[in-house]
Design a protein. Sequence first.
Length: 409
Amino acid sequence: MPKFSWEGRTKGGSTQKGVMEAPNAEAVAAKLRSQDIMPLEGKIKQSMGLDWSLDLKIPGLGGGISDKDLVVFTRQFATMIDAGLPLVQCLEILSSEMENRAFQSVLRSVKEQVEAGSTFADALGKHPKVFDALYVNMIAAGEVGGILDTILTRLATTIEKSMRLKKQIKGAMVYPGVVLSIAIVVVSVLLIFVIPIFSQMFTDMGGTLPKFTQMIMDLSTWLTKSFGWAYIVGVAGTLFGVFRAMKVNPKGELLLDKFYLLLPVVGDLIKKTSVASFTRTLGTMVASGVPLLDGLDITARVAGNRVVEGEIKRVRQAISEGKTMVEPLRGSKVFPPMVVQMIGVGEQTGAMDAMLQKIADFYEEEVDDSVATLTSLMEPMLMVFLGVAVGGIAIAMYLPIFNIANIIG
């Protein structure tokens, strides 16, 4: 279907411009009049499909659409809708003010689809990489119920809390990652550049070296002269390839997710994060009027862990067969008994959404404590590892020198 650029005047006297897909210019004019926009004569022209705008995608500078961009858009959109602005005008204003070029392009596309007759939810659903199933379904519920501004505010709050959880977990992983990287670089430099100098010196001196020193020197020789680094790179590449293959295979991803849950400390953190995310998302959807079965289907798809996804699907199947939500949750390896009991109380009292939000608040605090515990455990362990690695090599090189000093003494 061809695209037409148009220009028209609203009842308030302001001029608006845009692009619309339509069979012909007459259809564009008719659509504009239905939106209380009077098209200007000679201003409806078919677009030739050429876009000379420059869109440089520099990493970290607007090339992608972050959760923060989505939260800001959602909150601003909620404010405009609450103030009584028409949907298309909100999209026009927000797309024109959006600094992120990628997001700006998405919003313009959404606006054009809404102008062409699509619902707002359907238009958002055409961009699943930006607006996930949770976002689209909640918007659909808001459109049907006439509470779009309320839904948008709830969505922004949910995304913000999800961002905070992700930031906490990523922050806990940064420190160990940096320390391990420094340790690998320092040890590699010592083995490849420093140890060979000592090795040549000890060879010229003659005599028998201590076993620990000889072991370190043999390791250095293997890395530098026997292409040991190539073996290490090959093994690392193979492991990475196997990991990637498992990630794209449902069965392999399920095995990885099961393994993650079995890890000490980390597995407990994943469970708490999953419970917090599940209850927050489902509570928000139930409060917004989304049917429970639909809400469970959506939360399963955005769970992020195959084991948790399977548990939620099992709950949904049981409810569809006439059971309560508590029955399939009993004995779950992911959802603790306390969560099951609180959900049961929510079902009995008819306050499921409020109970789910309370569970989410509690487990988000638990995640805070778990992240702090994980960080406090990792710090001393990593410092000991770094000290043993670097200190061990230093001791190995100085042992022969100490022996010579003792002999001379």
